[in-house]
Design a protein around this ligand. Structure first.
Ligand code: ADP
Ligand code: ADP
Length: 224
């Protein structure tokens, strides 16, 4: 059952003097419950692909379908809700807010969510932090945590939104192998136990081999 389908997706970045084709007619289907990894050299379009899948960026051409329905068929309001509720993002550099506590960082994406009040927000944040093993660090600030712990906070923040899909852009890229392994285990468990669909960009062949499907990119196109 497809959750995200890309059909002939193109992305062209235009600056004054150069035109970069970041994605060249990409066709790709992500099915419900899959854990897919994406590999390829720097600059081949992996981050662009994730941003487009996550509706953070618009393609220059082609069609994106979510749950079998073209994105164009959704209203702006529906799309904003989908972006917020259906999809969780995890980045290489964590993107935490340094002067908010761990708990406040995790609650943040729920602040403007309709139907989730303060008490529920807090409960969900605690539950998410429990899942990533950070219940004892809720009052800490990001600067007081290791890289691996910071990434776990970022994953908890994504989980608090209860996303169906997690898009992770080199989630272990800034971590040593031990902490990277922890994060990988966490993602594998989420996928197995909760059925969360995951698309992960990685440079680590060993990690990629543990996922269900490996897609290789080169120069804006899928090569295998
Ligand atoms: P990857 O994630 O595989 O390293 P990216 O998706 O970041 O690749 O980039 C693909 C190509 O598009 C690269 O050539 C990059 O320089 C270019 N690119 C990415 N974002 C922009 C942008 N905002 N403006 C111009 N060029 C961009
Ligand atoms: P990551 O940590 O995911 O590898 P990057 O360093 O590839 O992130 O890119 C960070 C941001 O810079 C992205 O939003 C991307 O779109 C933008 N970017 C990447 N390459 C270029 C470029 N050549 N020109 C302008 N913006 C770019």
């Amino acid at each position: 059952q497809p959750v995200i389908q890309l059909r002939e997706i193109e992305k062209i970045y235009q600056t004054k003097t150069i035109e970069t084709v970041a994605l060249n007619r990409v066709n790709l289907t992500i099915n419900k419950g899959e854990f897919v990894s994406i590999m390829g050299p720097s600059g081949c379009g992996k981050s662009t692909l994730l941003s487009i899948m996550g509706l953070l960026d618009e393609p220059s051409g082609g069609v994106i379908e979510l749950d079998g329905r073209p994105v164009q068929a959704y209203s702006d309001r529906e799309l904003a809700a989908l972006r917020n509720q259906k999809i969780g993002f995890v980045f290489q550099s964590y993107h935490l807010i340094n002067d908010l506590s761990v708990l406040d960082n995790v609650e943040l994406p729920l602040l403007y969510r309709p139907g989730v009040g303060g008490k529920q927000r807090r409960e969900r944040a605690y539950a998410a932090l429990d899942k990533v093993g950070l219940s004892a660090r809720t009052g800490h600030f990001p600067s007081q945590l290791s890289g691996g712990q910071r990434q776990r906070v970022a994953i908890a923040r994504a989980l608090a939104g209860r996303p169906e899909i997690i898009l992770a852009d080199e989630p272990t890229g800034n971590l040593d192998s031990v902490m990277g392994e922890e994060i990988m285990e966490l993602l594998l468990n989420l996928n197995r136990q909760e059925g969360t669909t995951i698309v992960m960009v990685t440079h680590d062949e060993q990690q990629a081999r543990r996922t269900q499907r490996l897609i290789r990119f080169f120069d804006g196109s899928q090569v295998s």
